[in-house]
Design a protein around this ligand. Structure first.
Ligand code: GLU
Length: 503
C-alpha cells in the first residue's frame, strides 16, 4: 500500500500558519513512508472562496518548501483537485445514499429549524435535527420537488449507542450518537457540504491517512458512518493538537498574527518557520531545536506528537530565526535579504507612492522605511495628538483593529470605506480620527498615503502595528475591554446615535 496524505485548505482567507502546520505533518508522514502528499482545494463554499486566497495559500506552502505530488496546479491521476469542479461526482454519490435509504430529502424551513433549536435549548436537549422529514414517502418527496420546493439532503444517524473509532494519537475514541446531528450532505443550492465532499474525495483520491486539526474530531463519527454507508474502508485518522496563543487560547488573529504573509513580511525565513512548526507538539529524537525539513522527514515518527496544546510563540520563533540567520553564509544572507523586501516586485508597489514626494533617492527611507520594518519603535509621546482625549484615542485604535479583523477583502477602497464609516459612527472627524492610525502604521506624522500603504503592508502587519500602538498607549485592561466590546457592538445602531465613543 502506498501511503497517501493530503492537505485540503478552503481558500477563504489569508494563508494560515495552522494550514502550514497540518500540511507539514502530512508531508513529513507521507515522505517518511515513501508515499505521496496531495493538495486539494475545498472550495464548495462559493460565496467565501476566492482565487486570490487560493493563490496565496499555494504560494505560501511552496515558499515554506511544502511541495505536493498532485494538486490543482500540477494535476495528477485523481483530479480535478478543486471540489467546485467535482459536483457531478458528489451528486452521483448522494443519490446512492438516498437510494439505499441512508440519506433523505429534508424540506424543513429555516423558521422551523430555528424554532426547533430554541425549544431544544429550552428543554436542555442537545440541539439537532429531529428527523421530521425522514418518514416522507418517495412519492411525497417527488411531488414536493416538482412543486419547486427547496430541499437539502441529510444523512441518517443512529439515535442510540455510540460510535467508536481509532485515532493514531489517542487510540480508541468514543462519541455518543446522540451528540451527532443528522448532517446536511447536499445544500439547497446543490453544493455538497464539507463532510460529503471530504469523504468522497478522500476515498476517490485513495487517501490512506487523514492527518488534520483536532477541531475535526467530532466530525469523525459522521465520516465513519458515511464510509460504512458507501461500503468503503475509512482512512486512518490522526487529529493533531491545535496551535495555541501564549495564553493557551486557540491561535487566533485577534491575539496573534496568523497569516504566513505576515511572517514573510516580518522577515522570517521559510526554513525557520517550517522548523518552528515542526516543533509544535513534536520533537527530534535528540530534542534539538534547529532542524531542516529533510532532517525532520528522516527522523519522522508521528507517534512522537504530544497532545498538550503546542504554543505558537512569536518570540521563540524569532529566536529560532536568529539561529538560522547566523548560520548562513554571508553571500546567502545577502541574497535572501534582497529576495525578502529589497526586490523589484515589492519596491514597484511602493515606488508610485514615493516618486512625487521626494527630491533625492535618499529621501525615500525617511518617507517609506516603514515598509521594510516590523513593529515600529513608538512611544507614548507619539500619540499625544491635539484634540484627542486618551480614551478616545484608545477607542480609535481598538475599534479600527476590530473592524479590520472583520474585513474580508483587503484593498485600498475597502480599507478607506472601513475607516470613514467607523469615524462617522464614532462621531469623529477624519482629521481627528486619522492621526493615531497614521502614527501606528507608519511611525511618522508624514509619510506615504495611509490607505495605499496599508493595502501594501497587508492585514496582519496592519493589525500587528495597531495592536502594538494600543500597547504603547497603555494597553486595554480586561475590564476596559468588556466595556469597549459593548460600545463596539452598539456602534452605528440607533441606540448610539449620540456617538458615545467620542463624547
Ligand atoms: N477544508 C477543511 C479545512 O478547513 C479540511 C479539513 C480536513 O482536513 O478534513 O481545513
Amino acid at each position: 500500500m502506498t501511503v497517501r496524505t493530503r492537505i485540503a485548505p478552503s481558500p477563504t482567507g489569508d494563508p494560515h500558519v495552522g494550514t502550514a502546520y497540518i500540511a507539514l505533518f502530512n508531508l513529513a508522514f507521507a515522505r517518511a513512508m515513501g508515499g505521496k502528499f496531495i493538495l486539494r482545494i475545498e472550495d464548495t463554499d462559493q460565496a467565501r472562496s476566492t482565487s486570490d486566497s487560493e493563490k496565496q495559500i499555494l504560494d505560501a506552502l511552496r515558499w515554506l518548501g511544502l511541495d505536493w505530488d498532485e494538486g490543482p496546479d500540477i494535476g495528477g491521476p485523481h483530479g480535478p483537485y478543486h471540489q467546485s469542479q467535482r459536483t457531478d461526482i458528489y451528486h452521483q454519490h448522494v443519490e446512492q445514499l438516498v437510494d439505499k435509504g441512508h440519506a433523505f430529502r429534508c424540506f424543513c424551513s429555516t423558521e422551523r429549524l430555528s424554532a426547533l433549536r430554541v425549544q431544544q435549548m429550552k428543554d436542555k436537549q442537545q440541539p439537532g435535527y429531529d428527523g421530521h422529514c425522514m418518514s416522507l414517502s418517495s412519492d411525497q418527496v417527488e411531488q414536493r420537488i416538482s412543486a419547486g420546493e427547496s430541499s437539502v439532503v441529510r444523512m441518517k444517524v443512529p439515535r442510540e449507542g455510540s460510535c467508536k473509532f481509532q485515532d493514531m494519537l489517542r487510540g480508541e475514541v468514543e462519541i455518543d450518537w446522540t451528540q451527532v446531528d443528522m448532517q446536511i450532505l447536499m445544500k439547497a443550492d446543490g453544493m455538497p457540504t464539507y463532510h460529503l465532499a471530504n469523504v468522497v474525495d478522500d476515498h476517490l483520491m485513495e487517501i490512506t491517512h487523514v492527518i488534520r486539526g483536532e477541531e475535526w474530531i467530532n466530525s469523525a463519527p459522521k465520516h465513519q458512518l458515511l464510509y460504512d454507508y458507501f461500503g468503503w474502508e475509512m482512512p486512518v485518522l490522526c487529529h493533531m493538537p491545535l496551535l495555541r496563543n501564549p495564553d493557551k487560547s486557540k491561535l487566533s488573529k485577534r491575539k496573534n498574527p496568523t497569516s504566513i504573509l505576515y511572517y514573510q513580511r516580518m522577515g522570517f525565513l521559510a526554513e525557520a518557520l517550517c522548523n518552528y512548526l515542526g516543533r509544535m507538539g513534536w520533537s527530534m529524537p535528540d530534542e534539538r531545536e534547529k532542524f531542516s525539513l529533510d532532517e525532520m522527514i528522516q527522523d519522522f515518527d508521528i507517534k512522537r506528537v504530544s497532545l498538550g496544546g503546542p504554543i505558537f510563540d512569536t518570540e521563540k520563533l524569532s529566536w529560532l530565526n536568529g539561529l538560522w540567520i547566523r548560520d548562513m553564509e554571508p553571500e546567502e544572507f545577502g541574497r535572501r535579504v534582497s529576495q525578502w523586501a529589497f526586490n523589484k516586485e515589492y519596491f514597484m508597489q511602493i515606488a508610485p507612492l514615493v516618486q512625487s514626494r521626494v527630491e533625492l533617492f535618499s529621501d525615500i527611507e525617511p518617507l517609506a522605511g516603514f515598509f521594510v520594518s516590523g513593529v515600529l519603535p513608538l512611544t507614548e509621546e507619539n500619540f499625544q495628538i491635539k484634540g484627542l482625549e486618551p480614551d478616545v484615542l484608545k477607542r480609535v485604535l481598538q475599534f479600527s483593529l476590530w473592524r479590520f479583523e472583520a474585513l474580508r477583502h483587503w484593498e485600498r477602497e475597502s480599507i478607506e470605506g472601513t475607516i470613514s464609516q467607523l469615524a462617522e459612527e464614532m462621531g469623529l472627524k477624519l482629521r481627528n480620527f486619522m492621526p493615531p492610525i497614521f502614527m501606528a502604521i507608519t511611525g511618522k506624522s508624514s509619510a506615504t498615503p495611509l490607505m495605499d500603504s496599508m493595502a501594501i503592508l497587508g492585514p496582519d502587519m496592519t493589525r500587528a502595528r495597531l495592536r502594538h500602538a494600543l500597547g504603547v498607549v497603555g494597553g486595554v485592561s480586561k475590564k476596559e475591554l468588556k466595556r469597549l466590546e459593548k460600545e463596539f457592538v452598539l456602534l452605528g445602531s440607533d441606540e448610539n446615535s449620540g456617538g458615545s465613543a467620542a463624547s
